[in-house]
Design a protein around this ligand. Structure first.
Ligand SMILES: Cc1cc2nc3c(=O)[nH]c(=O)nc-3n(C[C@H](O)[C@H](O)[C@H](O)COP(=O)(O)O)c2cc1C
Ligand code: SF4
Length: 432
C-alpha cells in the first residue's frame, strides 16, 4: 500500500526534511489551495471526505470545523488551532512515529486547517517526554518559515499563519482538550465544563479547534486529491482514509504501520510476526488503554470506528496491546488501572477516590485475597464511575474492566477459587 501520512521518510531514519517531503509531493497543493479555494470550500471537502478525529473519540472533523464562528458570526478577533500531541495513553505511540518520520505533513495540515477556519496562529502541545520529537518539529518549522510556507503571506497568497511549540508539564489529563487549554494558559490542568465548547470559547476564551496530530496530517491529502480519493483509501465501505496502527505487548515485532482504515486485527497481527513465541492469542485491547478487551473471535472485525463499536469496544487510538495465553488479563488491567488512578486530576470524587479503590480490589485478586464479593464490587464500581465523573478519564478507565468481565469472567473467578493468579507460574517460567 502507498503510504499517505508517512509518505516521506528521512534518508537516515530521521525525520523527512523539507526537500524530502517536497520530493514525495508535499506542499504541492498548498499554494493553489490558499489562492483558489475559499475557506468554506476547504471545510466542505473535509466534511465530504468522512475524516473522523484520530485522537480517540472519532468526531467528524469537517463538522468540528464548521462550529468555529465565521462570517457574520465572527467578531473578527483571534481564533486558534491547537494540535494535541500529548500522547500519554499507555500502548499508544502513533503520533510520535508520525512526528519522527514526516513532520511536514503535520505542518502542512495545520496551515490548511488554519486557513479553512480563518485562524492565523497554531500551537503544538507536545508530550513532555518527546524531547527529540519536539526538537525535530522545531527544525521543520524553521525550514517551513525559511521557505515562506509559514509566516506572512504564505507561498505568495494573502494568508498568514505561524506555528509555535508548547511542551507539556507532563500529565495524562493534559491530553483532554479542555484540560490542555487550561494547562496551556498556565492554570491547573483540570477539564472545563462543556458547553461552552472550545469552538466558541477555547484558548484565552477565543474560538479554538483542538485536533490530534494524525487527524491534521490527513488534511493535505484530502485537499490535494479530494474527498472521494480519501474515502477510497479505506478497507471497508463505511470508513475513510488510512490509519496509523500500532501493536505492542505479546507480538513478535511491535511497531506502528500505516494501513487502510478498517484493516483487520488478524492482518495487523500477521504483519507484526504474530503472537510472541508462537503462543495462542488470549485477547487484545484494541485502541490504547481506555478501550475494552476483544478476543480471537474478533480477529476479522475491521479496525474502524463503527465495526469496533458493534463488537463492544472502540477504535480509540488504533494501537492495540496483545495478550498471549501466558499473560494474565487481570494483572494487565491492574497495571493500566494503576496508571489511570495515578493520573486522575483529582477534581471529582468518583474518579479521584474510586480509581484507587479499583486498584486495591484488583490487587486483592492478584495477591490471593480476592473474594466473590470483591468481584461484584469491581463490576459495580466501574459501571458507576464513568457516568458520575466530570470528564472522560474515568469512563475510559472503566473500558478495559468492562471487557474483562464480558470475556474473561472465568479467569476472574479462578483468581478467587485458586486464591491467586493462575498465570503466576507461567509468568515465572517466561521470566526464568
Ligand atoms: C484523559 C484524556 C486524555 C486524552 N489524551 C489525548 C491525547 O493525548 N491526544 C489526543 O489527540 N487526544 C486526547 N484526548 C482526546 C481529546 O480530548 C480530543 O478529543 C482530541 O484531541 C480531539 O482531536 P481529534 O478531533 O483530532 O480526534 C484525550 C481525552 C481524555 C479524556
Ligand atoms: S473524571 Fe477524573 S480526570 Fe476527569 S475531572 Fe474527574 S477527577 Fe479529573
Amino acid at each position: 500500500m502507498n503510504e499517505v501520512l508517512l509518505r516521506a521518510r528521512g534518508r537516515h531514519g530521521g525525520p523527512a526534511s523539507l526537500d524530502e517531503y517536497r520530493a514525495a509531493g508535499g506542499y504541492a497543493a498548498l499554494p493553489r489551495a490558499l489562492k483558489e479555494m475559499k475557506p468554506e470550500e476547504m471545510i466542505a471537502v473535509v466534511k465530504d471526505s468522512g475524516l473522523r478525529g484520530r485522537g480517540g473519540a472519532g468526531f467528524p472533523s469537517g463538522l468540528k470545523w464548521s462550529f468555529v464562528p465565521s462570517g457574520d458570526q465572527w467578531d473578527g478577533g483571534p481564533k486558534y488551532l491547537m494540535c494535541n500531541a500529548d500522547e500519554m495513553e499507555p500502548g499508544t505511540f502513533k503520533d510520535r512515529v508520525l512526528i519522527e518520520t514526516n513532520p511536514h505533513a503535520l505542518i502542512e495540515g495545520m496551515i490548511l486547517a488554519g486557513y479553512g477556519m480563518g485562524m492565523t496562529e497554531g500551537f503544538i502541545f507536545i508530550r513532555r517526554e518527546y524531547f527529540r520529537q519536539a526538537d525535530g518539529l522545531e527544525h521543520a518549522i524553521q525550514e517551513a518559515r525559511g521557505a515562506k510556507l509559514l509566516g506572512e503571506r504564505i507561498a505568495g497568497s494573502g494568508y498568514s499563519f505561524d506555528i509555535h511549540i508548547h511542551r507539556s508539564g507532563g500529565r495524562y489529563i493534559c491530553g483532554e482538550e479542555t484540560a490542555l487549554l487550561n494547562a496551556f494558559e498556565g492554570k491547573r490542568a483540570t477539564p472545563r465544563a462543556k458547553p461552552p465548547f472550545p469552538a466558541t470559547r477555547g484558548l484565552w476564551a477565543r474560538p479554538t479547534t483542538v485536533h490530534n496530530v494524525e487527524t491534521l496530517a490527513c488534511v493535505p491529502g484530502i485537499v490535494e486529491h479530494g474527498a472521494q480519493w480519501f474515502k477510497g483509501l479505506a478497507a471497508n465501505p463505511e470508513g475513510a482514509g488510512t490509519k496509523l496502527y500500532g501493536g505492542s505487548g505479546a507480538v513478535e515485532d511491535p511497531k506502528c504501520v500505516e494501513r487502510p482504515i478498517g484493516t483487520t486485527l488478524r492482518a495487523l497481527l500477521d504483519e507484526m510476526g504474530g503472537v510472541r513465541g508462537g503462543k495462542k492469542l488470549l485477547g487484545v485491547i484494541p485502541g490504547g488503554a481506555s478501550t475494552a478487551f476483544l478476543t480471537p473471535e474478533h480477529l476479522d472485525v475491521p479496525m474502524d470506528f463503527t465495526p469496533l463499536e458493534k463488537a463492544g469496544s472502540r477504535l480509540g487510538t488504533g494501537t492495540f496491546i496483545a495478550f498471549s495465553e501466558d499473560d494474565c488479563p487481570v494483572k494487565g488491567t491492574l497495571n493500566l488501572q494503576r496508571f489511570f488512578a495515578r493520573e486522575s486530576c483529582g477534581f471529582c470524587t468518583p474518579c479521584r477516590d474510586g480509581l484507587p479503590f479499583g486498584v486495591w480490589l484488583l490487587e486483592q485478586l492478584e495477591s490471593g485475597q480476592g473474594t466473590r464479593e470483591h468481584l461484584d464490587w469491581i463490576e459495580d464500581l466501574y459501571r458507576d464511575i464513568g457516568p458520575n465523573s466530570f470528564c472522560a478519564h474515568a469512563a475510559g478507565a472503566a473500558e478495559p474492566i468492562k471487557g474483562l468481565f464480558r470475556h474473561f469472567r472465568p479467569i476472574l473467578e479462578e483468581h478467587v477459587s485458586a486464591s491467586g493468579c493462575p498465570f503466576a507460574e507461567k509468568a515465572e517460567a517466561v521470566h526464568a
